[in-house]
Design a protein around this ligand. Structure first.
Ligand SMILES: *[C@@H]1O[C@H](CO)[C@@H](O)[C@H](O)[C@H]1NC(C)=O
Ligand SMILES: *[C@@H]1O[C@H](CO)[C@@H](O)[C@H](O)[C@H]1NC(C)=O
Ligand SMILES: *[C@@H]1O[C@H](CO)[C@@H](O)[C@H](O)[C@H]1NC(C)=O
Ligand SMILES: *[C@@H]1O[C@H](CO)[C@@H](O)[C@H](O)[C@H]1NC(C)=O
Ligand SMILES: *[C@@H]1O[C@H](CO)[C@@H](O)[C@H](O)[C@H]1NC(C)=O
Ligand SMILES: *[C@@H]1O[C@H](CO)[C@@H](O)[C@H](O)[C@H]1NC(C)=O
Ligand SMILES: *[C@@H]1O[C@H](CO)[C@@H](O)[C@H](O)[C@H]1NC(C)=O
Ligand SMILES: *[C@@H]1O[C@H](CO)[C@@H](O)[C@H](O)[C@H]1NC(C)=O
Ligand SMILES: *[C@@H]1O[C@H](CO)[C@@H](O)[C@H](O)[C@H]1NC(C)=O
Length: 696
């Protein structure tokens, strides 16, 4: 991946000329810094290019997250992280030389006088160890090296503000510092409100900022300008605590840690910090008989205190880095088999997808963790705060299928278990597990956002996809009746779809949607395959013959009269759209749709692309990056496949946007239309998922 950087730079010369540093593989709209859960989500917005010390990090929604860093070299202070203003002090700005992202890491190198500082933000992606994946902590690692061949005295400093537990600036926070094997600052809202958010931030739990204790470590809490001035002036902190608890913006309390690296004549030791946001319980979930269940982040089943988790997490840094680097290399190698542009797009998407999920465990009646009961929850993010939205898990599915299909299963499990209780009144699959994260309270009134064909098809397709990947037939047996109920709904409704919305609800409802109909038909076929796998040959034959008959009729309704393309809606020749649901027929190897239809769509898309891709459909010029990726995965011609991938990548790298990667943008000008930081970018992995190189 690194070796292709020069190609990328050449392709995007106008933007890279404006950058005074190298950006590998490209300069994204926003760099992921610490992205591991819906509430641990720190980014560095870019636009045309913003150095690590030219702006404050932001929460995914754009709110500031105070995170400052200084390095002192021979008594001269340089700011390398955040954009603080400390009156009456002299600190220069370190000069950024490079920025690079991989699937798990974002690394900046900045020059601080005669020393180069390497700043690595590592948010582990641990698909083969779900307990490790559930840890809502991320690493910041620093190392310095002289660039002039001489020896230099070097100290480093970082802090976080109470904005990491923000809802709004006026809220009162309190904090403590523990200095034992680790030095940990813990900060929380004084007024805790379990399971409730303000401005997308959970009003519960604590933020932690920590480092392993060793000689040369100092700490301090207090007003931002006082604590930062202390380090700038003295290269060390005072090991004192401010106990005047107050609001987040009242003399801005910060939580600081410093290290003396001593006099270095070569690369220094690596200094490692962790930042995290944890709470307990994490999720409120509706079980049978209208009862509520509290669910905890999975890691609590192994660690009795946050300090234990942090100590292990920090102590494991070297191994975590080795695992992460191996993971990055695997993803990069797999994606590079498509193209280097694709590898960059995939690398940018991985943390964002994982950053929307939380892996949880329940307790049994005696209060012990039941580690046989793992469920994973996902926040829709930015479009709304729904819990486990099925048509958001569906586009994200390729990421989870590729890395570990069990994560995919654990994401649909809450919906399956809930609908098994019989409390959801509709015959089709429910849209989501709750309107407002992290309250997974179901929809016993049946008034969830109504996407009957969309969600029933999605559940059947994802179920078979999981079963195929994990070879787990018992899953089918467990949920057979529910899956069959949804299939029967599709048999009655998917060939001539009523005036329903699809997942693209922003585009409005439309009758006879071609792309929606084919999802339902593939769903029926998926049930046929599942019935066959568990020996129900009658259902298998029935659903197989229905699906085949429907596909033939669908082709007749949905092909334009000139035979050049599928329409957006039946019998409307002037319309067309991305028929991205055909992807499932390839994914599941159901071979329902004739190859001539794939060839027709491939040829058609090559004639209708705009500068940044193919529009979603004829109603608007906007498009979706996830759906273009699923579409690219079934193109019969690699030129057209690469046209779609390159278009999405050029949008992701176009320097015109500054939000965590948005999936919804204008195909004609590459500008974001709405949404940001959504897990649906997991769909960008559609071309690697088909090969199923998952790690376990
Ligand atoms: C999980 O993390 C622990 C330490 O936190 C580490 O020892 C272990 O190797 C990790 N497991 C895997 C499979 O990565
Ligand atoms: C801080 O506030 C929390 C939540 O109200 C409370 O449980 C804790 O005892 C307080 N800590 C201190 C040090 O005051
Ligand atoms: C830092 O030095 C400046 C300039 O000498 C001085 O005004 C300020 O009080 C000092 N602050 C601290 C915390 O040492
Ligand atoms: C869930 O946890 C909250 C906060 O600790 C508590 O108030 C509530 O009673 C718990 N609910 C259940 C069902 O245990
Ligand atoms: C643990 O969870 C599993 C899976 O939901 C369930 O079958 C089992 O009964 C639970 N065990 C206890 C002791 O609650
Ligand atoms: C096929 O499935 C449909 C929908 O469930 C059902 O109405 C029909 O009776 C089934 N036919 C046979 C032969 O099983
Ligand atoms: C949907 O398509 C079918 C088949 O062509 C047609 O009979 C029906 O009138 C269409 N419905 C609408 C609302 O256009
Ligand atoms: C065909 O689709 C276009 C665009 O959605 C719409 O304006 C027009 O009314 C449709 N025509 C028919 C006959 O439904
Ligand atoms: C693939 O598509 C491109 C662009 O439309 C076209 O030039 C080329 O001839 C196609 N190749 C094949 C084998 O159809």
């Amino acid at each position: 991946m690194r070796s292709v950087a020069s190609t990328t730079v050449l392709l995007f010369l106008p933007i890279c000329q404006a950058l005074s540093w190298t950006a590998t593989p490209f300069s994204p709209a926003s760099y992921p810094l610490a992205v591991r859960s819906p509430y641990l989500s720190a980014w560095l917005p870019q636009g045309g290019g913003t150095a690590l010390n030219q702006a404050w990090p932001q929460f995914w929604d754009g709110d500031t997250l105070g995170w400052a860093g200084y390095v002192n070299v021979d008594g001269v202070s340089y700011n390398f992280l955040g954009d603080p203003d400390v009156p009456n002090t002299d600190a220069a700005k370190a000069v950024q030389k490079s920025a690079e992202f991989t699937s798990t890491q974002t690394t900046f190198v900045l020059t601080a006088g005669p020393v180069d500082l390497t700043v690595t933000f590592l948010s582990p992606v641990e698909p083969s160890d779900l307990l490790n994946q559930s840890l809502p902590w991320s690493y910041l690692a620093l190392s310095a090296a002289p660039s002039d061949g001489n020896s230099h005295s070097v100290q480093v400093y970082t802090d976080i503000s109470a904005e990491w537990v923000f809802g709004d600036d006026s809220q009162t926070v309190n904090w403590t510092t523990l200095a034992s094997d680790v030095v940990t600052h813990q900060v929380q809202l004084e007024s805790q409100d379990v399971f409730n958010e303000v401005n997308d931030r959970i009003q519960q739990g604590s933020a932690y900022y920590s480092t392993l204790n060793s000689a040369g470590v100092t700490y301090q809490t207090g007003q931002d300008i006082v604590v930062r001035a202390q380090f700038i002036n003295h290269s060390t902190l005072s090991n004192t605590q401010d106990t005047n608890f107050r609001s987040i913006s009242d003399d801005w309390p910060v939580f600081a840690l410093a290290h003396d690296l001593g006099t270095i004549s070569g690369p220094s030791d690596t200094v490692v910090y962790s930042v995290g946001h944890a709470r307990d319980p994490a999720i409120e979930y509706l079980i049978a008989n209208d009862a509520l269940q509290n669910r905890s982040s999975y890691f609590w089943s192994q660690y009795s205190t946050a300090t234990d988790a942090i100590t292990t997490f920090l102590g494991d840094y070297d191994n975590a880095l080795t695992r992460a680097t191996a993971f990055d290399a695997q993803v990069s190698a797999d994606a590079s088999s498509i193209s280097s542009n694709y590898a960059g797009l995939v690398a940018l998407s991985v943390r964002q997808g994982f950053g929307a999920i939380e892996i949880t465990v329940s307790k049994d009646s005696s209060g012990e963790y039941n580690t046989s009961d793992i469920m994973t929850f996902l926040k829709e993010i930015s479009s709304d705060g729904n819990v486990n939205t099925i048509d958001v898990i569906y586009p994200a599915w390729p990421l989870f299928l590729y890395t570990n299909p069990v994560i995919g299963r654990d994401l649909i499990l809450p919906l399956l278990a809930y609908q098994e209780t019989g409390q959801y009144p509709n015959q089709w699959a429910c849209h989501d597990m709750g309107a407002t994260y992290p309250k997974a309270l179901g929809h016993n009134d049946g008034n969830d956002e109504k996407m009957p064909i969309e969600e029933s098809g999605n559940m059947l397709i994802m179920s078979l996809s999981y079963v195929q990947a994990a070879n787990d037939k018992s899953f089918i047996t467990s949920y057979y009746n529910l899956l069959d109920q949804w299939t029967r709904y599709l048999v009655d409704n998917t060939l001539i779809p009523g005036d329903q919305i699809s997942t693209d609800d922003f585009a409005g409802a439309l009758a006879n949607q071609t792309n929606l109909a084919i999802k339902g038909i593939i769903g029926i076929k998926a049930m046929s395959v599942m019935a066959d796998l568990v020996g129900n040959s009658a259902d298998a034959a029935n659903y197989s013959s229905i699906a085949s008959s429907y596909v033939t009729q669908w082709q007749g309704f949905a092909t334009s009269s000139d035979g050049l393309h599928l329409t957006l809606a039946y019998n409307n020749d002037s319309t067309w759209g991305l028929s991205y649901n055909m992807y499932a027929d390839k994914l599941l190897k159901t071979n329902l749709i004739p190859s001539s239809v794939y060839e027709m769509q491939t040829a058609w898309y090559s004639t209708v692309d705009e500068e940044y891709g193919v529009p979603l459909d004829t109603r608007h010029t906007y498009t979706k990056s996830d759906w273009q990726s699923l579409t690219a995965a079934f193109m019969t011609n690699t030129t057209v496949r690469d046209m779609l991938i390159d278009a999405v990548q050029s949008y992701a790298a176009d320097g015109l946007n500054s939000v965590p990667l948005s999936d919804w943008y204008w195909a004609n000008n590459g500008v974001v239309q709405g949404f940001q930081a959504r897990p649906v970018v997991g769909g960008h992995l559609a071309l690697v998922s088909r090969e199923m190189f998952h790690v376990v």
